[in-house]
Design a protein around this ligand. Structure first.
Ligand code: NAD
Ligand code: UDP
Ligand code: UDP
Length: 345
């Protein structure tokens, strides 16, 4: 006969989380760790726009409430001041795990904390994902390739990383985070997604972030020389933030069927001297440069091969450096002006 159990109508949360996720129709509950930061706050905007409920977890190390203040009062939005190094109990469908300082200046400031954030923070978020059956996306980095001996970098490349250098807290931290994600995937069946993000720039980057695009733009606006480290011949590939977030890179990865890792970046490659030239043409034709010693273990070149993301996620960036830079300049100008006003300059 038919046996009725009292809990039959209750679908365990774990199974709800495992239902393949429709992109826009369902009202999903989503955690974004590091959601008060540069990339995270843009992602949160998109998720809220899409109609999802979003919980941001952030300890405000490099993030700012200002990045999210326009969402305060929205019933779909919740902000929790919390450090991911500590465990947390929540019930959600998806976890975007971004919490980690991204600028070399910030991640070297307290390297042990950076490692703890990458290892214990990622472990906690994976433990959470396992308990509640949520899907988990890690924002890893092109830094896992270190100072690459393969160019451009494909996802199959294992990298060339110094395990004991000044950048290791970040590079090795992210490599371990990827390892943890794959081990929870294989061992505990957690649905994971891994993005390897390449240098990204845009509005809401910290003014004192220390990364090259924010430095050059802020310096050119303040009429200070742009600081080129080393000989300026090292290369990077710069992606405008809306290509990563708005053009659905991270969301397509989360909602799709492929684990990754996927390179998400703009293949346009520039030396730092070329970047300085573009900033000069965009902001101030009289801008000058000043050479400074380079930092230890600085990768000589970096450029993503994005064929895998093109093929499997149908994703590719649309905005070139020349088109993207002007879009961050007005945000930087306003914030620099406000800073000056509050200092009485
Ligand atoms: P960001 O510094 O603006 O944002 C990081 C956020 O994480 C901040 O809001 C910070 O307060 C928060 N955070 C840091 N440690 C935390 C902790 N222990 N607990 C809780 N919150 C914590 O940096 P971003 O550029 O927005 O980067 C976001 C993610 O993307 C990072 O994981 C970064 O490694 C990755 N990424 C970024 C880039 C890029 O160029 N922006 C490139 C590769 C990878
Ligand atoms: N964790 C968490 N929230 C949860 C479940 C787990 O923060 O809802 C943390 C937990 O404290 C642990 C980590 O995630 O430190 C890994 O959890 P897991 O269950 O995989 O391992 P275990 O607790 O058995 O070490
Ligand atoms: N860089 C520079 N001037 C600056 C900041 C950085 O020339 O004011 C160089 C740095 O040495 C590196 C490149 O720009 O070669 C990118 O540095 P960034 O810190 O933006 O990111 P990374 O890719 O190294 O994580």
């Amino acid at each position: 006969g038919v046996v009725h159990r009292s809990d039959e109508l209750v679908v365990p949360r774990a199974r709800v989380g495992r239902v393949p996720v429709g992109v826009s129709s369902r009202r999903l509950r989503i955690v974004v760790t590091g959601g008060a930061g540069f990339v995270g706050s843009h992602l949160v905007d998109r998720l809220i726009e899409r109609g999802n409920d979003v919980i941001v977890i952030d300890n405000f190390f490099t993030g700012r409430k200002e990045n999210l203040v326009h969402l305060f009062g929205d019933h779909r939005f919740e902000l929790i001041r919390h450090d991911v190094v500590e465990p947390i109990l929540l019930e959600v469908d998806q976890i975007y795990h971004l919490a980690c300082p991204a600028s070399p200046v910030h991640y070297k400031y307290n390297p042990v904390k950076t490692i703890k954030t990458n290892v214990m923070g990622t472990l906690n978020m994976l433990g959470l994902a396992k308990r509640i059956g949520a899907r988990f996306l890690l924002t890893s980095t092109s830094e896992v390739y270190g100072d690459p001996l393969e160019h451009p970098q494909k996802e199959t490349y294992w990298g060339n990383v110094n395990p004991i250098g000044e950048r290791s807290c970040y590079d090795e931290g992210k490599r371990t985070a990827e390892t943890l994600a794959m081990d929870y995937h294989r061992g505990a069946g957690v649905e994971v997604r891994i993005a390897r993000i390449f240098n990204t720039y845009g509005p809401r980057m910290c003014l004192d972030d220390g990364r090259v695009v924010s430095n050059f733009v802020a310096q050119a606006i303040r009429k200070q020389p742009m600081t080129v480290y080393g000989d300026g011949k090292q290369t990077r590939s710069f992606q405008y933030v809306s290509d990563l977030v708005l053009v659905n890179g991270l969301m397509a990865l989360m909602d799709g069927e492929h684990v990754g890792p996927f390179n998400l970046g703009n293949p346009g490659e520039f030396t730092m001297l070329e970047l300085a030239e573009v900033v000069k043409q965009t902001i101030d034709p009289s801008a000058t440069i000043e050479f400074k010693p380079n930092t230890a273990d600085d990768p000589h070149m970096r450029k993503p091969d994005i064929s895998k993301a093109k093929e499997l996620l149908n994703w590719e960036p649309k905005i070139s450096l020349r088109d993207g830079l002007p879009r961050m300049v007005s945000d930087f100008r306003n914030r620099i002006l406000n800073e000056d006003e509050s200092k009485g300059i």
